[in-house]
Each structure stands twice: as C-alpha cells, then as structure tokens.
Ligand binder design. Structure first.
Ligand code: CMP
Length: 138
C-alpha cells in the first residue's frame, strides 16, 4: 500500500490545529501508521529541505521549521501521495482553494501549516529521514 510523509509545521502546532488537520486526514480514510511530536534539529531541517539549499528562502525556512515542535506522520492509503497534496492545496495559501488545508488555515507562503511529500521518491526519502522501522504500527 502507498505511503507518504506528512508534517504539521510549527505554525499549525502553535495555533492548536493538530487535531483538526489529523481529523481531515482520518475522515478521508487514510491510516496513520507512524506519528510523533518532535523538535527538528538544524541538521535534519537542512537535509529535509536540501533541494531548496540555493533558494533565497532557505535560511528563513530552516529557522521557521526548527522554531517549535512539529507533528510528523506517515500516512497509508490508495494514491495517498497525490491525494494528500490535493487536500493540502497550493504551496502559497493565497492560491489554495477554500476546502483545502492551506486554503482554510493559512495565509502566508512561509507559514503554510502542513508539508506533504511531492512524489514517490521524496516520500521514501522523507519517511526514512524521520522514522525508524520500529516506529511503525499498523
Ligand atoms: P513546502 O513545499 O512544504 O516546503 C518548502 C517550503 O518553502 C514551502 O512549503 C514554503 O513554506 C516555503 N517557501 C517560502 N518561500 C517560497 C517560495 N517562493 N516558493 C516555494 N516555497 C517557498
């Protein structure tokens, strides 16, 4: 069964949106097969966002993602990688439709509440970065 990595970012956790967001994911029918609240180290943040290393927003992005706890999880379900991206809405909340997580809960591109893997290769890489095999329960 397909799996993806999802993370409620520090703004989502700080604003008390964890329950609401997880509710949507469970209502959709996705199974949570791993879940933890954690602080992301500077090194993990740099590795996770490696593809953005040369971008002007890289430094603020790493500072933001390490600024408070996140809720990291692995979701399982048919087509979950693309479906989660649809449920999240556009990266820039200004372009995210109402009814999507970012459309309903976020206003700025820097603090857009949730991350979801972009494709199969990213999902595999990100799951491996955040979770050990013994942390899965299904
Ligand atoms: P996400 O796609 O989860 O991971 C990279 C993050 O960089 C993205 O969400 C945004 O929150 C942030 N970001 C800030 N500025 C930009 C930008 N101009 N383009 C894309 N992402 C940006």
């Amino acid at each position: 069964m397909e799996r993806t990595f999802a993370m409620i970012k520090p703004d989502g956790v700080r604003r008390g949106l964890t329950g609401k967001i997880i509710q949507r994911l469970e209502d959709k029918g996705f199974k949570i097969v791993a879940l933890k609240k954690m602080r992301i180290s500077f090194d993990l943040a740099e590795e996770h966002y490696g593809e953005h290393k040369e971008k002007p927003f890289f430094k603020p992005l790493v500072e933001f993602i390490t600024s408070g706890p996140v809720v990291a999880m692995v979701l399982e379900g048919p087509g979950v990688i693309a479906e989660l991206r649809k449920m999240m809405g556009a990266t820039n909340p200004a372009d995210a439709l109402p009814g999507t997580i970012r459309g309903d809960f976020a206003t700025t591109i820097d603090e857009n509440v949730i991350h979801g893997s972009a494709n199969e290769a990213d999902a595999e890489r990100e799951i491996g970065l955040f979770f050990k095999p013994e942390e899965f329960v299904s």
